[in-house]
Design a protein around this ligand. Structure first.
Ligand code: SAH
Ligand code: SF4
Ligand code: F3S
Length: 466
């Protein structure tokens, strides 16, 4: 799972309750799983009369759905809470209603009561496995401010308690199929904030997917911290692999495209690789983070594989699906990373050639083994490495986007563009594609000729039907 700071930050949930009397604002930080969770929080609160709004100013209830992955991500929450407190105080001083403030997500799980100590304006703290309890928590809060419960792990209870119906709008949706992580990479907080790996039963996933398809969704992105380790119980009582789940989902009328994220190289099974060759609905884009290119650093990170194994894996995936676009995540300046180790990362990137990637400077997280490994790389050096790596990754991304010029690709149109009748759609390789005079094609998958590629998007034109 990739923590996609920019796209996900400040994303609000767009779904209005019919007889809504109260306003809910959810601000989402971190990865796609938080985006999904925010949508689900809005779903459980809708029956209580909460409709979503797009600003804290107009809200009765504000939830910050937080991320703990790096120090900066966690600190942002506290500055946001300070602003919310001011807003609430001003409102009350003017004789208006107060505002209920909740902290959800991974900071809630990791820091719990500490949040209330640091910012007493917070009314409730709810961990990622407990948001189905929000209605109850809210009621209690109204009586007794400052209650914190629900930071225990019980994902099965959560999913069982959620409504099947989702207030989703649009043609592409996230669907969480797996949660948690048992990998314990030494830099990472996820095993502590999301708990052990757990897969949802196939029946529940299919039900949710059918409901989404009924609402017009055509593209599903299956989410999990280690989504390719999926082993949810199948209808026959035996575990399904992710590949098997993808085949079952592709049978649902209306579901034309399937993606999944994020995968660990060690869980890239043969049947999943074979599905990339065989299952048309499986999109040719794979996010497969490696984090570093040096065997020594990979060992210190506890990634449980070396660079050679990663190269061999990519060869096998490309053999199955030659046009597959590879994406990754990288960390530079892991404790003790030398210039030579970093060069190994640059070399790996050159050899794999990525269509997209996220890269970060290592951020020590309290309680994780790497935080006490010592020998931190000096900040200036870390910044220089990140810059060099990102320059290379952006070059590769731009080159990939440009290489599609002249190709005809099926594009799923999702939203209106900024100019005139422009529409924005998605390519099979997950790029945004801007097309003029296409705003009548929302929700359709249409052939488009790519006319240019930039770093972050493509431009295309509709193929004239003769
Ligand atoms: N399960 C996913 C990772 C989720 S976290 C996976 O294994 O790929 C998303 C990304 O954040 C990671 O891939 C990693 O690149 C980055 N990350 C995690 N912990 C970090 C830390 N302590 N410092 C910097 N980046 C980190
Ligand atoms: Fe974190 Fe590693 Fe698990 Fe990914 S695989 S969530 S990086 S511990
Ligand atoms: Fe996601 Fe951040 Fe939690 S990346 S799992 S929201 S720590």
């Amino acid at each position: 799972m990739t923590e996609t700071l920019d796209p996900a930050v400040a994303q609000t949930v767009a779904a209005d309750g019919a007889d809504a009397t109260k306003r809910l604002f959810i601000k989402t930080y971190g990865c796609q799983m938080n985006v999904y969770d925010s949508e689900r929080m809005a779903d459980v609160l809708r029956p209580l009369g909460y409709a979503t709004t797009d600003s804290a100013e107009s809200a009765d209830f504000v939830i910050l759905n937080t991320c703990h992955i790096r120090e900066r991500a966690a600190e942002k929450v506290y500055s946001e809470l300070g602003k919310l407190r001011e807003l609430r105080d001003k409102r009350v001083a003017k004789g208006g209603n107060g505002m209920t403030i909740a902290v959800a997500g991974c900071v809630a799980q990791a820091e719990g009561e500490e949040i209330m100590r640091r910012q007493p304006a917070v009314d409730l703290v709810v961990g990622p496995q407990a948001y189905h309890q929000l209605p109850e928590l809210l009621t209690r809060t109204a009586r007794k401010r400052g209650e914190r419960i629900g930071a225990d792990f019980a994902p099965n209870e959560k999913f069982d308690a959620l409504p099947v119906e989702r207030g989703i709008e649009g043609y592409a949706a996230f669907l969480t199929v797996q949660e948690g992580c048992d990998k314990f990479c030494t830099f990472c907080v996820v095993p502590y904030t999301r708990g052990a790996e757990w897969s949802r039963p196939v029946k529940a996933i299919l039900e949710e997917a059918r409901a989404l398809a009924d609402h017009g969704v055509r593209e599903l992105t299956l989410l999990g911290q280690n989504v390719n380790a999926f082993d949810g119980e199948g209808p026959d009582g035996k575990p399904y692999t992710l590949a098997k789940l993808a085949y079952a989902l592709a049978e649902i009328p209306g579901i034309d495209r399937i993606r999944y994220t994020t995968s660990h190289p060690n869980d890239m099974s043969d049947d999943l690789i074979a599905a990339h060759a065989d299952l048309k609905a499986l999109m040719p884009y794979l996010h497969l983070p490696v984090q570093a290119g040096s065997d020594r650093i990979l060992r210190l990170m506890n990634r449980k594989h070396g660079r050679q194994k990663y190269f061999e894996l990519i060869d096998r995936i490309r053999e199955a699906r030659p046009d597959i676009a590879m994406a990754g995540d990288f960390i530079v300046a892991f404790p003790g990373e030398t210039e030579r180790d970093f060069e190994d990362t640059m070399d790996l990137v050159r050899r794999v050639n990525y269509a997209g990637a996220f890269s970060f400077i290592y951020s020590p997280r309290p309680g994780t083994p790497a935080a006490t490994m010592g020998a931190q790389v000096p900040e200036e050096e870390a910044k220089a490495r990140l810059k060099a790596l990102q320059t290379l990754l952006f070059e590769q991304q731009t080159a990939f986007n440009q290489s599609l010029t002249g190709r005809v690709l099926p594009i799923l149109f999702e939203k209106k563009g900024r100019h005139g009748h422009q529409a924005i759609g998605r390519s099979p390789y997950l790029q945004s594609v801007h097309v003029d005079d296409a705003d009548h094609l929302m929700g359709q998958i249409v052939d488009v000729e790519i006319i240019s590629g930039q770093q972050n998007s493509l431009a295309g034109r509709l193929i004239q039907k003769s």
